[in-house]
Design a protein around this ligand. Sequence first.
Ligand SMILES: [Zn+2]
Length: 512
Amino acid sequence: MASSLIRGKHLICAITDDDQAEIIEDGALFQRDGQIIEVGRYDKLSQRVQPDAVLGDGSHIVVPGFVNAHHHLGITPIQLGCPDVPLELWIPHRLAARSVDPYLDTLYSAFEMIESGITTAQHINSLFFGPVEPCAQVAEAVLRAYRDIGMRVSYSFMMHDQNHLVYEADDQFVARLPPALGRRMAEFFHALELPVADQLKLFEELHQRHQQEPLIRIQLAPGNLHWSSDELLEMFADISTRFAVPMHMHLVETPYQKEYARRRTGTTAVHYLHRHKLLSDKMTLGHGVWLTDDDIDILADTHTHVCHCPSSNLRLRSGIAPLNRLTARGIDVAIGIDEAGINDDRDMLQEMRLMLNLHREPGLEHAVPSPERVFRMATEHGAKTTPFGSQIGTLKPGKAADVVLIRWQQVAGPYMDTDVPVTRAMLHRAKSSGIDTVIVAGDPIYRDGHFMKIDKEAVVRELAESLQVPLTAGEAHRRNIAGELHHHVDAFYRGYLHSDVRKPYYQRNSSV
Ligand SMILES: [Zn+2]
């Protein structure tokens, strides 16, 4: 529909302060061709404009669509047989996971995201390996899935050139292995080689092919520090400037990664990236759990963003990111569900609630996240980590009409004190089952439990059937290798941590 009037009981336009939201009661927004033209009271707007359709009957909370600022895949690692273990041991487990059709897989998680009010995904494809053509096909299949379901996506794939299994060079790790396994691993690594020139070409082609599509943007995802040589780091700053694209880089997710940075650089990963001119408002650090106070100062000074992934960090025993210290320094923090949340799905409302409660440090002196702050993280701050930037994240004239209608009765029934601010009520009580309508660029893509452009049941059935086949020879080979590798990877990290690796803030002054 070219134009519509979207009506709500409470229209949350934007967050204005840590405990303030701009809300229009009995409000509406008028959008034309995907752009918000006007917001105001429904009774006044409805007299002035002639929309093609009216969405909502005045019983909903109307909010900007949420941004999942760190997303990878559909069928979850647990579903694929990969247990929740520390990240460094999880990598070989992931090696054993079978291949899933990328189009169906992307739709599978898109269903969950949209059902919880997410309209934009920061989709970061994990490392690509092997010949470039199949990698390009995967990227295209992922983008086609978002296009078909009608969701907005910022797409990237992680670029890399070293240390693919543990935090040292592949050939050094191979030399640690018993000779027979070492030979198989050497062959394995060789078969997976994907030269940086090919990765760069793939980025350029995707960028050129899709940059003009209204709901797709291509950006950069430098691999984590251990996956990137100095030459590659230097290239990232250059490409980001040349193509004017933001970057999203996994960094200091675990204490082992912090120690890796110390061994390689003699300083912290953040200092090192700063030295390579990679930190600015164009960079988002994914996870950022093991940051020092100095690091946080640098991030604040350079206006670098952080994407906090609380569920993932808990599940893989990575730690808890220092959100309160980051926000105290004015750093914009986005929310990422990463592989999957606590319920092993992609539920933004639950992830927001976890964010709200995880950082409630004892003591009146501590400023802890407010519902308004978490709401802003899931909308405006998430938006800033994507190339869509200030185009999305609030409901203001000129912004894209990415809008979610949540049933107020589900949040407020059977009783809600009228003094409770709407945003607070929503953060504490909204559930996916209360999401009524999801609109992207003015186009309703989900209404009353149904996807408007894709047959969810058929897709899920096809996905299930696609996995009801025996392992391929390649999958069986990977599974065998992963099984044999496990205790060698475990041995590599035993005793790896330097004794000075600082405890996270929540363990300070504690005897445990
Ligand atoms: Zn990730």
